[in-house]
Design a protein around this ligand. Structure first.
Ligand code: ZN
Length: 236
């Protein structure tokens, strides 16, 4: 398991966790007197699920999982066949503080939406990508396709990043879906894996512009300053 807050990997065996079976009857938060039909404590559905709640062994924040179980209640061998995060609703995406809030908000939303709607997530990622290219590079064209093209041709990006960026257009099949290209933010069909890939490339670009490039620039400045002290011209 990975903690949805801090990301550390842990085993439930070493955690003080509470396990309980949910009830699909006999409970109503607003009904004080249970009806006859509510007397059942377990039913077929309850046998198939359990809820595990505990605190992260590292960051100590509360986590809740819904487990799907194979095997009848009371059977000797019952095993968990799938686990879904119940709380928090989504794993908390760690975003470096250097990334400006306006980009971080769209990126986080695209990340949180991915498991619910790939189409919505991809739309948010594309819009964020377009805003990033427009604001960071001052490139504004009629379509996202042309903006990406212009950015790649400017040779400002490291080769691997330019390649990744270009693949967004290919995987997304922009030619077949002009809405993606012209109205970024529009909810349209996505190709298999497109939402994940667009989000991944967007994250890499955000890190490049706001974390890696500024660090690298500061290193170059420091080196050139030293060279100047030794009476040499700048290296880069
Ligand atoms: Zn944690």
């Amino acid at each position: 398991m990975n903690c949805p807050y801090c990301g550390i990997l842990f085993s439930l065996d070493g955690v003080n966790a509470d396990h309980s079976f949910p009830k699909f009857s006999s409970f109503h938060p607003y009904r004080r007197v249970p009806s006859k039909s509510d007397n059942t404590t377990t039913d077929d559905l309850a046998k198939k699920y359990s809820i595990t709640s505990h605190r992260c062994p590292d960051c100590k924040k509360p986590i809740m999982w819904l487990n799907e179980i194979e095997g009848d209640l009371g059977a000797e061998e019952r095993k968990i066949i799938s686990t879904t995060l119940l709380f928090p609703k989504f794993p908390v995406k760690q975003i470096p503080i250097e990334i400006p809030e306006k980009f971080a908000v769209d990126f986080r939303e695209a990340h949180d939406t991915l498991s619910v709607s790939a189409k919505a997530s991809a739309a948010l990622s594309r819009r964020c990508l377009q805003n990033l290219i427009r604001e960071q590079e001052g490139i504004t064209e009629k379509t996202l396709f042309s903006e990406v093209d212009k950015l790649i041709k400017s040779n400002k990006l490291p080769k691997h990043l330019a390649k990744d960026l270009d693949s967004i257009r290919q995987i997304g099949n922009f030619a077949a879906h002009p809405m993606k290209d012209t109205n970024t933010g529009e909810i349209v069909e996505v190709e298999l894996g497109e939402a994940e890939w667009t989000l991944e490339v967007l994250e890499t670009l955000l890190l490049f512009y706001f974390v890696e490039e500024p660090k690298s620039s500061a290193r170059r400045d420091a080196l050139n300053k030293k060279l100047k002290e030794y009476g040499k011209g700048p290296m880069l």
